[in-house]
Design a protein around this ligand. Structure first.
Ligand code: 5RP
Length: 233
């Protein structure tokens, strides 16, 4: 299987295994999660899934849900009440303890709010996302208010890391997140303690949120190049 086929296998497989009628469902962002979104759309259209209330984690996901006629709700709405049964999302890295780095699509803020508000959390990924140590091959995204970009960069460098302001593609200047902030991509040269770092990064004034997800142990759906799908709950 090529990588696109693996992403599809993981996204669709998680929906088929975990999504049930009546659920309040968080749907994530990215090129893997979008296959889960599409499978939910298909199952709703076929009448297999009924009474699904979805919270989307980004504009990308909102637009895809709208295109597919998936019923969307605000996390704060009466129908959702700030709690979800299940969220399915992608990841940039997953370590052996199923801690993750997310935010490759700069949607980490709402992704984390939704993840931590979910009773069950599932990560969908191809096998290239499995790593021994987080934050070395793929940087940890840190969402930062624009006025603090230099002070946050300097604070991060004291943690023995390099921070690079993420540049936009087909827009001059930096990426502006869906909440009006910048992203600093932070790369560590040696293994870090992800749980401690998740807390420590958020203590730097001006940091809004970071892409380490360590406080919830997700189910994982990992697609392999041999066509198999490994599911662990
Ligand atoms: C977006 C994310 C994505 O879930 C993550 O970047 C994985 O994306 P992809 O499945 O396209 O590799 O965290 O902010």
């Amino acid at each position: 299987m090529n990588q696109q086929e693996m992403k599809s296998l993981a996204g669709r497989g998680a929906v088929e295994a975990m999504v049930k009628s009546g659920m309040k469902l968080g749907l994530g962002t990215g090129s893997t999660a979008i296959h889960a979104v599409r499978r939910v759309g298909e199952l709703i259209t076929q009448g297999v899934l009924k009474d699904i209330r979805v919270v989307a984690t980004s504009f990308q996901t909102v637009l895809e849900c709208e295109r597919l006629g998936i019923p969307l709700f605000d996390l704060n709405s009466q129908e959702i009440g700030g709690e979800l049964d299940l969220t399915i999302d992608g990841a940039d890295e997953v370590d052996p303890e199923r801690r993750c780095v997310k935010g490759g699509g700069a949607a980490l803020l709402l992704e984390k709010i939704v993840a931590y508000a979910s009773k069950t959390y599932a990560i969908v990924a191809d096998e290239s996302k499995l790593v021994e140590h987080l934050g070395i091959a793929f940087p940890v995204p840190v969402e930062t208010i624009p006025e603090a970009r230099v002070t946050v960069r300097k604070a991060v460098e004291k943690l023995d890391a390099q921070a690079v302001l993420r540049e936009a593609v087909r827009k001059a200047g930096p990426v502006i997140t869906e909440h009006g902030n910048f992203i600093l991509d932070v790369r560590f040269s040696s293994p870090v303690d992800p749980a401690a770092l998740e807390t420590e990064l958020n203590r730097i004034p001006g940091v809004v949120e970071n892409g380490l997800f360590t406080r919830i142990r997700p189910a994982i759906f990992i697609a392999r190049a041999d066509g198999s799908l490994e599911a662990a709950y």
